[in-house]
Design a protein around this ligand. Structure first.
Ligand SMILES: [Zn+2]
Length: 121
C-alpha cells in the first residue's frame, strides 16, 4: 500500500476518532469531567483503556464500537495489516477504505457476512 494513502487514512482515522470523542464529551457531563484538562490527542488512548471503554459503552454502545474499530484500524496501519480483508486476505479497495476508513472486510465478504446474518436471524 502506498505511503501517501496510508498517511491519508491515518489522518482520516484520527479525525474520526476525535469526532466521536468530542461527541461523547458534548453529550455527557461525567465524561466531560473525566477528561477535562486532557488534550484531545491523548483521548485516543482512552479507547484502548478497558475501564474507560466500558464507561463509554454504557453511554453509547454504537459509537463505542465505532471508536474501537477506528482504534484497531490505527493499530493495523502501524503493523502494516491495514486494508487487508480479515476474512479472505485480499486487499480492500481504496475507494471502500475512503468511504469507511475502519472497514475490515472487502465488499464481497461484507456482503456474504450480511446475508449470513440474515439467514441466521
Ligand atoms: Zn474479503
Amino acid at each position: 500500500m502506498d505511503a501517501a494513502f496510508v498517511q491519508e487514512m491515518e489522518e482520516n482515522l484520527i479525525t474520526l476518532q476525535e469526532e466521536i470523542l468530542k461527541m461523547f464529551i458534548s453529550e455527557n457531563e461525567d465524561f466531560k469531567k473525566l477528561v477535562s484538562g486532557m488534550d484531545i490527542k491523548d483521548l485516543g488512548d482512552i479507547a484502548a483503556d478497558d475501564v474507560m471503554c466500558r464507561k463509554l459503552e454504557a453511554l453509547n454502545q454504537h459509537e463505542t464500537n465505532r471508536l474501537r474499530r477506528v482504534e484497531s484500524a490505527l493499530a493495523r496501519l502501524k503493523n502494516g495489516r491495514y486494508g487487508i480483508c480479515l476474512s479472505c486476505g485480499k486487499k480492500i479497495p481504496q475507494d471502500r477504505l475512503r468511504a469507511i476508513p475502519y472497514a475490515v472486510l472487502c465488499i464481497e465478504c461484507k456482503a456474504g457476512d450480511e446475508s449470513n446474518r440474515k439467514k441466521r436471524a
